[in-house]
Design a protein around this ligand. Structure first.
Ligand code: PMT
Length: 408
């Protein structure tokens, strides 16, 4: 995606890798971004402000105020101005100051004042990078919500070989582009996602359920939220949490609860994804007292009743412009069965995963899926992390359907 009009605040600290930054500035400006550069005093020893001001077409800032005329560079204004702040290279000292809030130069005061997302790209010698203090500072910055652009392994300026090389300018450029692409693509849209298992009570103590952890559904929610969508997850009992301001979770237990909650929200969502493993049956009778063990009986039968099919019920209410995506969890004849579900539930797309694929499906952090669209197009993924799979599913939805932000 083009960076035209994007405001990028680039902080350069003292590391030999600063020599690569003029190239990055050139790439950003050529793509239409507006770039303002802040340098720490030591960064100026590695690359000249003149080079950077010429390429960025903006004055390079280094000091909070000019002692000659008293004019000052407001770190608050700079922090408010930027769509993104990128600190590259981030030296060990700068990482430590960022992590501890030691604001003794313009770069750090601006970092502390910045309201925008902050990316940081460490660059230093191998032993400095591996030192526990550097690693702890990086972990702290990630915990503050900053985005790490991890250094690469390779030959370092010292002659040593290992981790610590600044990521290449064209890769940093791609990371920023893909960040903006994600931010914008689903802005204004609303996603409804079912996730996790349902539990169907037999009595106050026992229930029928399945192995779903909710990981797949929550990964989809996070991916949609990171791309700017408002997401509601109707979730069966799981132990994971959704950690994004755009995500609201509604906790439910049974299939009927899940249907009731999803039904209320369905008419206002643009995309509905059913990733939950809904129990197909529930006990016909709920005993409000714990059922006593009968020592005389070796076999006990529990009569079951069919649960409502949430996906089929909501899909039948689909309005123009809404997209409905189901999952199919199979153990045999996977593609054939998934296609039957796609047709019978009138879905726009079905995501098939099978327990025949080692490492895929329930509980695992990984999955392997085949996405089948109504027009017959099929996309198979390798075994990947559930967050990668979620990204590919959302990408396919975005590319295949004309999603429009509208008040449904
Ligand atoms: O939660 P994880 O541990 O990460 O595991 C992920 C997963 C394996 C649960 C997930 O990837 C998945 O496959 N979810 C759907 C599981 C399932 O119930 O599949 P199914 O083939 O039985 O159902 C087909 C579709 O109908 C699904 O979208 C399901 O949500 C929906 N359904 C099914 C029955 C029912 N009563 N109501 C429904 O909405």
């Amino acid at each position: 995606m083009s960076l035209a009009g994007k405001k990028i605040l680039l902080g350069i600290s003292g590391s030999i890798a600063a020599y690569k930054i003029p190239l990055l500035v050139r790439l950003l400006v050529k793509d239409g971004a507006e770039v303002k550069v802040i340098m720490t005093p030591t960064a100026r020893d590695f690359v000249t402000p003149l080079t950077l001001s010429t390429l960025s077409k903006n004055p390079v800032l280094s000091v909070p105020f000019d002692p000659d005329d008293g004019s000052w560079n407001s770190h608050v204004e700079l922090g408010n101005w930027a769509d993104v702040m990128l600190i590259a290279p981030a030296s060990a000292t700068t990482l430590a100051k960022m992590a501890s809030g030691i604001s003794d130069n313009l770069l750090i005061t601006t970092y502390l004042a910045a309201k925008c997302p902050v990316f940081f790209a460490p660059a230093m010698d191998l032993d400095m990078y591996l030192h526990p203090s550097t690693q702890a500072n990086i972990a702290r910055l990630i915990s503050y919500g900053n985005f790490l652009i991890a250094p690469k392994e390779g030959e370092l300026a010292s002659g040593l070989c290992g981790a610590g090389r600044l990521e290449e300018p064209d890769e940093i450029f791609k990371i920023l582009s893909s960040y903006f692409e994600k931010q914008l693509s689903l802005k204004g849209l609303s996603f409804l996602i079912t996730a996790g298992p349902t539990i169907e009570a037999i009595d106050p103590v026992r229930y029928i359920s399945n192995h779903s952890s909710g990981k797949m559904g929550y990964a989809l929610a996070l991916e949609a939220a990171e791309r700017g969508a408002r997401v509601t997850v109707v979730s069966g009992p799981v132990s994971i949490k959704a950690d994004h301001p755009n995500i609201t979770v509604i906790d439910v237990k049974s299939a009927q609860d899940m249907l009731d909650a999803a039904d209320e929200l369905f008419s206002t969502c643009n995309v509905f994804i059913a990733a939950a493993a809904v129990a197909d049956y529930r006990p016909s009778v709920f005993s409000d007292k714990k059922i006593k063990k009968n020592y005389g009986n070796k076999q006990v039968a529990i009569e079951l009743t069919t649960n409502p099919d949430i996906l089929a019920t909501l899909s039948a209410k689909k309005q123009q412009g809404q997209v409905v995506v189901g999952f199919a969890l199979e153990t045999n004849n996977a593609l054939e069965n998934a296609k039957i579900k796609l047709e019978s539930k009138k879905l726009d797309m079905i995501v098939m995963n099978t327990l025949e694929d080692q490492g895929a499906g329930f509980q695992s952090d990984l999955n392997k899926v085949t996405m089948i669209l109504r027009d017959g197009e099929q996309k198979e993924t390798p075994l990947l992390s559930k967050s990668m799979i979620a990204s590919m599913i959302i990408q396919t939805i975005v590319r295949s359907f004309p999603l429009q932000s509208q008040n449904l």
